[in-house]
Structure formats: C-alpha cells, structure tokens
Design a protein around this ligand. Structure first.
Ligand SMILES: N[C@@H](CCC[C@H](N)C(=O)O)C(=O)O
Length: 314
C-alpha cells in the first residue's frame, strides 16, 4: 500500500491515495499506521478518495471532486481537520491531481486572512460569506462540509467553517479546574485561557483533561492558551497547546487555532482581526470576521513509500 507522510506545523499525517475508494481501511489499520514505534507514526490518517466513491461524501460530489477521509490516530473519525485539509491540498498539488488558485489569481487576491493583513474586502469574492466557503479556491469535501483551499506562497490557506462560540465549560487538569469556552468548528473544541500564574509549559498533557461528558458526549479537543496580546503583523498573538480527541497532545491543531482565534478576539472586544497562534510546531495565522474564517500556514510532504501490511499487523 502506497503512503505519503506530511505535516502542517508538526501536526502529522499518513496520506493514503485511494481515488476509487477501494482500500479496506479499518480503525485497527489506522491505529497501526499511526503507531510511532511499530508503524509509520502520525496524529491521523488522510485517505484521498474521490467524493463520488465514498458514501460519506457522495452528496458533496457535485461541489468537490476530492474527499478528505480523516481518521484520528486511535482509529476514530473526526468531522474536520484544518491542518489535514492544508496537507491534503499539498498532496493533491504535488501529485498533479488538482491546481488550486494562488492568492494572485483573480478574485482571490488580497483575500481575507490569506494575506495575513487586514484587508477583508475580498470576502465576497473569496467566500461569499457562506458558512463553509463559497466557490473560489479548491473545494475539498470533509465530514463537516466543503471547505476551500488556496496557495499563498509557501503556505496553504483554507476557508474554514465559521467557528461558533457556545457556552462556558471547565477542563480539569491535575486537579485544577480551568474555565473554558465551548466552540464548534465542525468538530468540538473547548478553549481555556490560562489564568495568571499558570504557564503553558507546566501543563501535564500526558493525559486527557477531564471534561463534562454531558456538554461533550462525543468528546472534545481542548486548547489551552495565553491571553491575547497585540503583536506586530497581527491584531493579536496567543500561545497554544492542545490535547486532541483521538490523538492526545499534538504539535498543532488547525481547527483548534480557529476556535482559539474566535475566543481571543471576543475576549479582546474585537469583532474581526488577524490572530497569530503559536503552537509547539510553529505558527498558524487565522483571519476572522463576521462572515469568514481563514486558516493559513505551512504544509509539507516529507516522505513516501510502501507499507508492508502483513508486517504492520504482525
Ligand atoms: N488536528 C486537527 C483536528 C483533528 C481532529 C480532532 N482530533 C477531532 O477529533 O476533532 C486540525 O488541524 O484541525
């Protein structure tokens, strides 16, 4: 079985090209592939399959040729993976399977967030204000709907679903209760701003924080962040660590960074802005206004090869 390995700010994926949807992918096989000692090692698997050929995506086939069939490292599905979409797009480009527009193409130039600037006037041209993107950019089907990707220099930017801020809920970590905000990005998030005196490096994320299972019946990704501060080149800067549902602590989470940006802007009293989110694996830039959410950052392919399936399961 052919595979490619890639990452976006250290959030790493095994990519499995399967255009016709013929791979017998199972939770056990995904977990074995993602095993960092006995397998290839990754936070998740991205199966590359034509939307037409996958039951979960056939309804989106008129809008998107390709479906990102995302699985967490433990073999569970997730609705959305922002870094996954960016790495998936990098693969499609490299394999010659798609040609997404660059930010210098008509209609995308100066698009919100992609430039990292504050010009959001391209919003209508790029996204049209729809919840999940509106037509310019390479459409990618996900379990949370169709999103759109564009190339910006070395980076890939995705027009994501709008983060929806919900109520309050706590995460308990090492016996300490940390207040957080529920955010829906297609997948569930809980964003906790650390109180004064608690530093990100001291958090023990070797275990899942305890969360309210009534609020999160299907589990949740928990982001811990510093308070947003103004910074050169963006309206706000935050540092973030994340414990992901199905993958444990990862170096980065794109949908999590969008959730974080929404909370940081709200807490700063800003209706819109550019938020630089530093994760252990690098920097993601999120540009958010009332109608659009762009996630931008590097996406890199680092290896390719053949998986020996009998050895993997042996
Ligand atoms: N790292 C991803 C999110 C992957 C899915 C998540 N673990 C979940 O179960 O919702 C990202 O970049 O968004």
């Amino acid at each position: 079985m052919q595979f490619i390995k890639g990452h976006g700010t250290g959030n790493d994926f095994v990519i499995l090209p399967d255009p016709d949807g013929q791979l017998p992918l199972t939770p056990d096989l995904v977990a074995a592939l993602c095993d960092r000692r006995r397998g290839i090692g990754a936070d998740g698997v991205l199966r590359v399959v034509r939307a037409q050929r996958h039951p979960a995506a056939v309804g989106m086939a008129a809008s998107a040729e390709w479906f990102m069939d995302y699985w967490n490292a433990d073999g569970s599905f997730a609705e959305m993976c922002g870094n996954g979409v960016r790495v998936f797009t990098r693969y499609l480009i490299t394999a010659g399977l798609a040609v997404p527009p660059t930010t210098t193409d008509a209609g995308v130039s100066g698009g919100p967030g992609v430039s990292g600037g504050t010009d959001v006037s391209g919003g209508a041209a790029v996204g049209g204000g729809a919840a999940v993107g509106g037509g310019v950019g390479l459409p990618i089907a996900t379990r949370a709907g169709v999103v759109h990707a564009v190339v910006r220099g070395q980076d890939i930017a995705v027009y994501m679903r709008m983060p929806r801020i919900g109520g309050a809920s706590d995460a308990v970590l090492g016996g300490r209760s940390l207040p957080g905000t529920v955010v829906d990005c297609g997948n569930p998030h809980l964003v906790c701003v650390l109180p004064d005196g608690v530093g990100l490096p001291e958090l023990d994320l070797t275990r899942m924080p305890v969360v309210d299972s009534v609020v999160f019946p299907a589990g949740v990704n928990v982001e811990f962040i510093t308070e947003g501060k103004p910074v050169d080149g963006a309206d706000l800067h935050v540092d973030m660590r994340v414990y992901e549902r199905g993958s444990a602590e990862t170096m980065s989470c794109g949908s999590g960074a969008c959730a974080v940006a929404a909370v940081a802007l709200r807490d700063a009293g800003l209706a819109a802005g550019v938020v630089a989110v530093d994760v252990p694996g690098g920097r993601l830039t999120i540009t958010l206004d009332a109608e659009s959410c762009w996630l931008s950052g590097p996406a890199v392919l680092v290896a390719h090869g053949e998986v020996d399936l009998p050895a993997l399961s042996g």
